[in-house]
Design a protein around this ligand. Sequence first.
Ligand code: PMP
Length: 404
Amino acid sequence: MKLPIYMDNHSTTRVDPRVVDAMLPYFTVHFGNAASRNHSFGWDADKGVEAAREKVAKIIAADSREIIFTSGATESNNLALKGVVEMYAEKGNHIITQVTEHRSVLDTAKRLEKAGINVTFLPVDKDGVVNPDDVIKAITDKTILISIMLVNNEIGVIQPVTEIGEIAKDRGILFHCDATQAVGKVRVDVDMMGIDLLSFTAHKFYGPKGIGALYMRKKNPRVRLSPMIDGGGHERGVRSGTLNVPGIVGFGKACEIAEDEMADESERLVKLRERLRLGIMNSLEEVYLNGHPSRRMPGNLNLSFAYVEGESMLMGLKEIALSSGSACTSATLEPSYVLSALGVSAELAHSSIRFGLGRFNTEEEVDYVIKRVIETVNRLRDMSPLYEMAKEGINLKDVSWKKD
Ligand code: PMP
């Protein structure tokens, strides 16, 4: 086993060597501009792009003509929300989303709000799940778009998108889904799920960074979008700019591999995740699982370790790449807004760690992480006066902290 161990696969993933091999010729041999129509360099690049487009479409059960290549899911989310709002302005000015979306949806929605659009941010329950009845209640005759993610990036919870898709369809409202953490890991079928627009990105499932896609339904209904980037009219005029050919080819290869291996990989990751969860929770007290116990994607585990600060834990586990539930900003250390939305206290949110298991993690690595987490939590708790007080039976909520 080699150190350091990478267990932060929701943040990004290592590019699969098979993906690198597929990309390499497109840097050096087939390096043409896919939009060059008059020579073989252009034709070869275009052939690579179109073959990849088929594979990218297949992983979400779509048609290749429904795929718009972008620079990643941030851009896809921006394009979906802003593009719909601008295109359908005459139809209405209300959109619905929910509080644990990724920043690229939330901040886009907030910008639109500033520009005069009405936005409903739905709550989630204590497990992080949106209630489809809340979606129904929020709909008005001005609603033009519902945007709900498939899998959350912090707690791995899977939202009831099929139910929400049906609600949207019945009322003739467009449904956008940020499936960035889901594609390549759980089955996605845009028809079955009633999705009209879907964002995803290659680097979350062993493809390269800087390449993503927006699925845009072509019929029942035919979705139209105002472009956010004007220029040469690439990608059917929706997203201009010279195509990132090696990135697209790598994206296609990553989809092809995921398509073939998803079932076995999911099973393996669930086993590793449960090994990690039980290994930690059976040896340490006051460890809490964040997010739904079963409605979650295979590689995700999010735990709060009471009386231990997440950042201190990460400092003590420098040879393991993990993520904490605190967002360091210049002046404050804010608890994760996702955990806060679940009703997790600020203390427990600051004590949370996200474990993101992926294709290249092994059982041996999991066992090492279990051992090091137990050691580190015990060491930090031994130094914690709060933990000592709690052990003595003092209810910390009743303590009044006096400053002389
Ligand atoms: N949505 C979700 C749910 C994500 O996890 C991420 C990446 N952290 C994004 C969108 C943004 O993706 P990209 O890095 O491709 O811009």
